[in-house]
Design a protein around this ligand. Structure first.
Ligand code: ARG
Length: 592
């Protein structure tokens, strides 16, 4: 595999020109001109990409808002701003349009020079960002419901890390709930009958069903199970060792899934619910002392007027049951303190299903009121919709059961394998397997990441594995195409370096796209909607394809400097595509 990180670095070293992104540079310059024209400094220059080439490459739309505030004519103000605007060497043409838009057409030489700066993230202020993602319950095997959190969270962790933030991945695994009493009681019985723990737990789904059946049918067993939860949570050795056996198997299974999914979660990122056990009582005591938690029918409850219902009744959050047991919310409060106090988070991102929105709101509000979380720390729940089947209902097996993630990943690779074999029968079986893995896993991930996070989406094998449209196979294919150009030319794409000259409109469009990579990343790292990165990569690949159709690279008769410039555009396109896909956790290949 190509080492993309180093590739990007090579290209940045070669680059000169703007230290910051183009949009940021334009914003600063327009801002300065606005102030020189008498506009108050809090008025935004409102620099944005132009929708159409005839309006230039960028537009500054701040004159209208400023004119309103100053009660003056917007077009005249725009002219004053223009008179003060210094874009020497940056823009080629400045024009006022409509009621006071300033259209900016970049200088092609400036644009060309600004390429190859994709490794430069100097201007971002670095934060410590805790990313809570995947976080499955360990009682059962991971199923498709865990996919979204796992891959969306991972994409964000990668993007933030790439920007230079200090990212702390936290896998808040559920290993402490009431179900574990039942599971360890069952494990004890099966082992008592001579079964090996590993064998009994060979299929966690089956084991869970067995325990549940046992629990429902046998009151004595159910009693024992309930007793075991209490014993486990209070540190009983026997229960603890049965529990550990169970957890080991379940964790190993999850780690294997992460590896198959190319998700950057390892053992070191697991910070399970049980790890907060010792702090739960403190949390309850502190909230009680502060008067935030009150006794209610024997339980300890935090009532939140902030989340009152239509009738004005405050929203209750139970933090200790009448029997003394602690809850999911209690753990999340202890966890908040850990993330703020020990991990020193500036920003905490939670990638959890939209159904837990109320829970997250309750935890955040309580955490702030109790001063567990200082004001400057940002708490963000980034919710997502559900993955649906073709029938528009949550994705299930034919018989209506939950789809295990492991099975889904196997199917993806099998389907991809058939496609690859069809397309390219000359590949060795080893090559086919490798390509199919990247193609199949990439397809599933991209299909998810490219949809607006908050919406439900329909899981569709044919669409996600298509080589046309906004899919991972299309992008991976575009990447292999660029590689084949370099192969034909007998040049190493990564060490290639030549000055870029922008002459044809397709070269301009491609260069503009390439220059926007970091801007897109800034947006994604702030709003946590990775589909913008997908759309960007799709547009980039499409811009590359039109460039490649219109601008011959290796054909006879192309002047050497033009050929080199185009090869350099090819190289930038390849690195940006690969880097972008890598940030989504998707691998590329040199041929397919
Ligand atoms: N284990 C939970 C579940 O499967 C998700 C945990 C998310 N993280 C958190 N800090 N609550 O629903």
């Amino acid at each position: 595999m190509v080492n993309l990180q180093s590739a990007v670095k090579i290209m940045s070293i070669g680059g000169t020109g703007a230290e910051m992104g183009i949009k940021e540079l334009l914003s600063q310059r327009v801002s300065a001109a606005m102030q020189a024209a008498g506009v108050p400094s809090d008025c935004s220059p409102m620099v944005a990409l132009s929708g159409k080439p005839q309006f230039g490459d960028y537009q500054a739309n701040g004159a209208m808002g400023a004119a309103k505030q100053l009660k003056t004519n917007p077009r005249e103000l725009a002219q004053k701003i223009l008179d003060n605007l210094d874009l020497e060497g940056v823009a080629d043409k400045l024009e006022i349009a409509g009621p006071g838009f300033i259209n900016i057409t970049l200088d092609n030489k400036f644009l060309a020079k600004s390429l190859g700066q994709s490794g430069d993230q100097q201007s971002i202020s670095k934060q410590t960002v805790v990313v809570d993602y995947s976080s499955p319950n360990l009682a059962k095997e991971m199923h498709v419901g865990h996919l979204r959190s796992t891959i969306i969270g991972d994409a964000l962790a990668r993007i933030l890390e790439y920007q230079g933030h200090s990212v702390v991945r936290q896998n808040h695994m559920g290993d402490w709930g009431t179900q574990f009493g039942m599971l360890i009681a069952e494990l004890e019985e099966q082992m008592g009958e001579g079964e090996q723990a590993e064998l009994a737990l060979n299929d966690l789904e089956v084991f869970y069903q067995q325990s549940k059946k046992h629990f429902d049918a046998d009151p004595a067993f159910a009693d024992k199970a309930r007793g075991y939860v209490v014993k486990l949570q209070s540190g009983d050795n026997h229960c603890r060792s049965l529990w550990q056996k169970f957890i080991d198997v379940s964790v190993a299974h999850n780690l294997e899934i992460y590896q198959q999914l190319n998700v950057g979660l390892g053992r070191e990122h697991i910070q399970p619910e049980s790890s907060y056990n010792d702090d739960l009582e403190n949390v309850v005591n502190e909230l009680s002392t502060q008067g935030l938690a009150v006794d209610s029918e024997g339980a300890k409850v935090v009532f939140l007027a902030e989340l009152a219902d239509k009738n004005g009744d405050p929203s209750p959050m139970i933090i200790q049951k009448s029997g003394g047991g602690f809850l999911y919310a209690t753990t999340d409060l202890a966890c908040l303190r850990y993330r703020v106090g020990t991990l020193k988070a500036d920003r905490i991102l939670y990638f959890i299903d939209a159904r837990q929105s109320l829970h997250m709101k309750q935890v955040f509000i309580t955490g702030r009121k109790a001063k567990f979380v200082p004001d400057h720390v940002s708490l963000e729940h980034h919710a997502f919709g559900t993955m649906m089947g073709a029938d528009g209902r949550p994705f299930k097996t034919r018989s209506g059961g939950t789809v295990k993630l492991a099975d889904l990943l196997v199917e993806a690779q099998e389907r991809a394998q058939r496609l690859v074999q069809e397309k390219n029968p000359e590949l060795s079986s080893q090559e086919v397997a490798e390509i199919a893995r990247k193609l199949g896993i990439g397809a599933i991930k991209y299909a998810d990441l490219s949809k607006t996070r908050t919406n439900d989406y329909i899981f569709d094998w044919d669409a996600m594995l298509s080589f046309e449209g906004n899919t991972s196979p299309y992008l991976q294919y575009a990447y292999t195409r660029i590689h084949s150009i370099f192969r034909k030319a007998g040049i190493d794409a990564l060490s290639f370096s030549a000055p870029v000259m922008i002459e044809q409109p397709q070269e301009k469009t491609l260069a503009l796209k390439l220059s926007q990579f970091n801007e897109v990343l800034s947006q994604v790292s702030s709003d946590c909607y990775p589909h913008s990165l997908c759309s960007y990569l799709y547009d980039l690949a499409s811009a590359f394809m039109s460039f490649y159709e219109q601008c011959p690279v290796l054909k006879d008769g192309v002047a050497t400097d033009v050929q080199h410039s185009r090869l350099q555009l090819c190289a930038y396109s390849a690195t940006t595509l690969a880097q972008g896909l890598d940030l989504l956790g998707i691998e590329v290949m040199e041929k397919m």
